[in-house]
Each structure stands twice: as structure tokens, then as C-alpha cells.
Design a protein around this ligand. Sequence first.
Ligand SMILES: Nc1ncnc2c1ncn2[C@@H]1O[C@H](COP(=O)(O)OP(=O)(O)OP(=O)(O)O)[C@@H](O)[C@H]1O
Ligand SMILES: [Mg+2]
Length: 266
Amino acid sequence: MLKLNNIAKTFYLNENIKDPKHALKSINLHLKEGDFVTVIGANGSGKSTLLNIIAGSLSVDEGELFLNNIKLNKLKNFERSRFIGRVFQDPKSGSIAEMLVEENLFLASKRGKKTSLRWGIRKAQRLEFQALLASLNLDLENRLHDRMSHLSGGERQAITLLMALMNDPLLLLLDEHTAALDPKTAKVVMDLTNKLVKENKVTTLMVTHNMNDAIKYGNRLIMMAEGEIIFTSEGKEKENLTIEQLIKKFQEKTGNDLPDSLILNK
Ligand SMILES: Nc1ncnc2c1ncn2[C@@H]1O[C@H](COP(=O)(O)OP(=O)(O)OP(=O)(O)O)[C@@H](O)[C@H]1O
Ligand SMILES: [Mg+2]
């Protein structure tokens, strides 16, 4: 359903174009409907660039992208947002702090739609929002009239996830969305993510620095290094992967040790 064919992206770090950074080098990646793919790799290996290119916040230099046979290359960021939900690392980035929880949910429900932004949340819609919040099991169902800024980071990420899934996107992109949370909250949000991805049967790409999560969740894992996919594993093989095997694979493919930032994050 998602096809990336020979995607390349180079950044020119300064005016001296002799110093290019090849953030993505001819990436080929095909996802099937319902795939839940975890993405790991060292800092700067191109994980966020990959997600930014799929979402359209960055343009590609080379290659073609298709989502259910819709060619994405020519669609702008906001046009893709109808099909693609996103959650970022920073709990503050997914919602508007000064607005109420229900106003944020309302805005999300309008995302990518052509209808004008008429304010006024109907009673039926408010009940819908309340039911959605109740489904999180985080005691948020009575917080519709709270400002978003009054919620904790974990609560905000949980609501951002709901918002990202609100219009039944074809694809969900998660970029280290639990990395800014304390370990206990990160686990709550990760379990919730798994539940929502499965219930919504949404094809998902999840970048994580947590190797245990990368192994535990999803049906497929990809490892990136220096702008390339250097290892991929799926199905039964992935279920039986160990952190030691991943460390060894990285070593074999790159000749370097896996950075501590990944290893320590068990
Ligand atoms: N907008 C940009 N301008 C210039 N260079 C960029 C830009 N975005 C990314 N890069 C560079 O491209 C490379 C890949 O960056 P990217 O953010 O994709 O890495 P990452 O795998 O997400 O890393 P991290 O784990 O630290 O989030 C890095 O060297 C980065 O400095
Ligand atoms: Mg990143």
C-alpha cells in the first residue's frame, strides 16, 4: 500500500555544496496493508527524514512514493494529511496548548477536509469525543473543557494519537513519540499505541530508540544506518529477534558498534 521507490534526499549543510549530507540513499520500501513497522537506527541515520518525506514536510530529490497507488510526490503536506496521521516526540507539538481538549479534537476532526471551519461543537459530537477519550482508559473523559496545557505529557501524547487516527488515515507515522516521557508513562502510551493501531488496522511506521519496543511491537522491523536500510526482519523471525542479534547485525553491516544511545535504551 505504501511504496517508496529509490528515494534519495541530500542536504547541503552550508553554502559549500562540496559538503553534502546524503540523508537518504536510494531507499526502497514497500509496506502491505496493516503492516506495523518499527524503525531503529543511530542518531542521524535518516529515520525522521524518511517520515518527513512520506508526510510531505520535505520534498524528495529522487524517486517516487505511492500510497494506495496515489502518487504522493506532487501532493503538498496538507493534502497528504487527509491520508496520513502523525505523532512527534514532543508532547507539545501535536496539539494547541491554549485551546481546550474538545477544541483540539474538533480541529483534528476537520483536518484535511474542505468544509469551512465553523465553530460550535454539537452535543452529539461532544459525546463522541467523550467516548473516544473514555476508550483510552486514562480518566480523560471528563477533561473536555480543560486546556490542553493542563494535561501531562503522556495524556497529551495519548490524545494526539487519538487525533492522528480520527479521520481513519491510511498511514500512521510515529517519530519517537514516547521518547520524551518517563519510562512508566512511555509504557502506558506504547501499549495504547499498540491497541489503537490494531483496532484501527492502520498501517504504521514507528521510529523508536527503544530496541525492546522495536522487537516487541509490530510485525516488521527495519534498521537504518547512514541513509540506508541495512536490515529488515518480519513475521516469526522478528518475533524471535534479540537485542544481541540486532547489535551483531549492525556491526556486520556497518563495521561499527551500535551507539550507546540505542543499547542503553533497553
Ligand atoms: N532540514 C535539514 N537540513 C539539513 N540537514 C538535515 C535536515 N534534516 C536532517 N538533516 C541531516 O540529515 C541526517 C539525517 O537526519 P534525521 O533527522 O533523519 O536522523 P534521525 O535518524 O531521525 O536521527 P535521530 O535519531 O537523532 O532523530 C542528519 O545528518 C541530519 O543532520
Ligand atoms: Mg529523528
